[in-house]
Design a binder for this molecule. Structure first.
Ligand SMILES: *Cc1c(COP(=O)(O)O)cnc(C)c1O
Length: 432
């Protein structure tokens, strides 16, 4: 298996390099050179396979024999060890619940798969790996949980001060061990820019073996395609067309859906659903792609002004705006619209959505025609407790995983959004 950089088709690496580097040296994002279609009998008979078996078949199709079958099976089985159920709210609308993993958000799939893959790749190396990750909320918790206690790997998480929920912050800052948290006085985009700059800094790269767990890493992306197959398996009925609505920030989830379609999953269409950070819906409408500084919203995991995975989407469609428009429609809501959407799902179906999922739901309600629509419920509503309690005027129950870290003490280092400070911290950081 070879992967190439979205900036240069001739820059090719193998999977281990792509996973370790995360970002290509020319700042492009890696994409598999071949995205083979799965055999039609596999797609027709999805219901004969468990979620883990589906995940293995999809992995093997992309990764090929680069990893021996027995090892790949173990990697998949240790990472994908919780379900992705579709809750049908009505005959033709379902919520794909992606929050049954340890941090209660879909990012657990990517983080766990990546941790399994990385520890496999470094199993015979004696060097220590440092993972840098910027989070707008959920990534940090998933990566912290996914890599916690992974031998040979140290994780440093950057998050924007005051811009993640209290419980999200607790998930990032209370594990300890090989996980450290940096509270940055700035926005998520600042955190992301600092991480990107660190990868390009020669001093840091000489001292530390840096790697990233942001959604730019191909190891995060691959497993996110599994649950599109798993969802399709659960809802498919003869003669139904299926569309997916994807609440989006950095657009990893949507990119993974487009990969699943390329691999032969017969999805009719996707909806790129965002909050007022509507760079991609605007692009779909106008053909002009214009990143902007991010704005804060109640769906903060989607507060991204320069979506990193857009380069991959662009590449998958060879920059053809019309072609992309056939597969993807855009939709966005402001905070008031998001609150109304949360109320609507609750009053119509008695279903509690988090703010991100609610945007996914509303886009289906607005754009769906006769198809069966699945929206990705990307996080458990308790992760956005204040908003959910306020909007729905009720107290929802907090799952045990969250409740237990709420009582622990936050441990984080406060830093300015200044690369030199960050670098000094990293240079002085003692990696055992
Ligand atoms: C990360 C996240 C998103 C955005 O996903 P992308 O793959 O970055 O587009 C949406 N909802 C929640 C709850 C998230 O944590």
């Amino acid at each position: 298996m070879k992967l190439y950089s979205t900036n240069n088709r001739n820059l090719k690496v193998d999977l281990k390099e792509a996973v370790m580097q995360s970002l290509a040296p020319d700042k492009g994002l890696y994409l598999p050179e071949n995205i083979p279609a799965l055999p039609p009998y596999f797609i027709r008979n999805l219901d004969q396979y468990t979620f883990q078996e589906i995940s293995y078949e999809v992995s093997r199709s992309i990764i090929g024999d680069y990893i021996p079958a027995r090892d790949l099976k173990k990697i998949v089985e240790s990472a994908i060890n919780f379900p992705a159920p579709v809750q049908m709210l009505s005959d033709n609308i379902g919520a794909l619940e992606l929050w049954h993993g340890p941090s209660l958000a879909f990012k657990d799939f990517g983080a766990r798969y990546m941790a399994s893959l990385m520890s496999y790749f470094i199993r015979n190396d004696d060097k220590h790996l440092t993972i840098l990750v910027a989070t707008s909320g959920d990534t940090g918790g998933a990566v912290a949980a996914g890599f916690y206690n992974t031998p040979g790997i140290e994780v440093i998480i950057l998050y924007p001060s005051g811009k993640v929920s209290d419980l999200q912050e607790k998930q990032l800052t209370t594990l300890g061990g090989n996980i450290s948290a940096l509270e940055i006085k700035g926005t998520f985009d600042d955190c992301q820019a600092m991480v990107k700059e660190a990868f390009l800094d020669p001093d840091l790269n000489n001292k530390l073996h840096l790697s990233s767990a942001n959604s730019i890493n191909i190891a995060r992306l691959i497993p996110q395609s599994f649950y599109y197959f798993e969802a399709f398996k659960q809802v498919f009925r003869h003669n139904t067309e299926v569309i997916f609505s994807v609440p989006s920030g950095n657009f990893g989830n949507l990119t993974a859906g487009l990969l699943a379609k390329k691999m032969g999953l017969p999805v009719k269409r996707f909806i790129a659903a965002t909050n007022i950070n509507k760079i991609v819906p605007d692009y779909l409408e106008t053909g002009i792609y214009k990143p902007k500084p991010s704005l804060s919203t109640i769906s903060n995991a989607m507060d991204v002004g320069s979506p990193s995975n857009f380069a991959r989407i662009f590449e998958l469609y060879q920059g053809d705006h019309k072609l992309l428009g056939k597969d993807v429609s855009g939709f966005w809501l402001n905070d008031d619209g998001t609150k109304t959407a949360m109320l609507d799902v609750y009053s119509k179906f008695g279903y509690v959505c988090d703010p991100h999922g609610a945007i996914g739901y509303k886009s289906l309600e607005k754009l769906k025609k006769g198809e069966l629509g699945i929206f990705l419920e990307t996080a458990h509503p308790a992760k956005f407790l204040d908003t959910v309690n306020e909007v729905l005027d009720m107290e929802i129950e907090i799952p045990e995983e969250l409740a237990s870290c709420a009582n622990k003490t936050k441990v984080a280092t406060l830093l300015n959004n200044d690369f030199q400070h960050f670098k000094a911290y990293l240079m002085g950081h003692n990696i055992p």
